[in-house]
Design a protein around this ligand. Structure first.
Ligand code: SAM
Length: 116
């Protein structure tokens, strides 16, 4: 694995690196699992959902539907990779903004929608 990492110079996206990156942020709690399948019983409303996990359907849409329902009214549904290389993201995010009759914002490849 080290040889693969060295050859492709891939960043380490492990849960351990995430934990290290946010160790000074007392308001962040890490939950390990595959989304959405490991979080289907999550019922606590959330202020913000930011997606940068699976960039293709069906999982991208499943995440958008699952977490989109849990975002509070006035909260933010957002993510990365709104660009022509990610057809499902551009399509589903645009559909969601239309369905919610709200504006889709894009800055670089970051997108966000305020839930009505
Ligand atoms: C494009 S990377 C995100 C990078 C991250 N935004 C960063 O800046 O470090 C995608 C990440 O999503 C994780 N991932 C992939 N499928 C997932 C899923 N179903 N549920 C949760 N995380 C997933 C991968 O392990 C990887 O860490």
């Amino acid at each position: 694995m080290d040889k693969v990492k060295a050859e492709f110079d891939a960043p380490d996206l492990s849960p351990e690196v995430f934990a290290e990156n946010v160790k000074d942020c007392a308001n962040i709690t890490q939950h390990k699992g595959y989304s959405p399948k490991d979080f289907l019983d999550w019922s606590e409303p959330v202020d913000l959902f930011f997606d940068d996990a699976v960039h293709t359907n069906p999982i991208f849409l499943e995440n958008l539907q699952h977490w989109g329902k849990l975002v509070k009214s006035g909260g933010i549904v957002s993510g990365h990779d709104f660009d022509p290389n990610h057809y499902d993201i551009m399509t589903e995010v645009s559909r969601l903004a239309k369905r919610w009759k709200t504006e889709l914002h894009v800055l670089g490849a970051v997108w966000w929608i305020k839930k009505p």
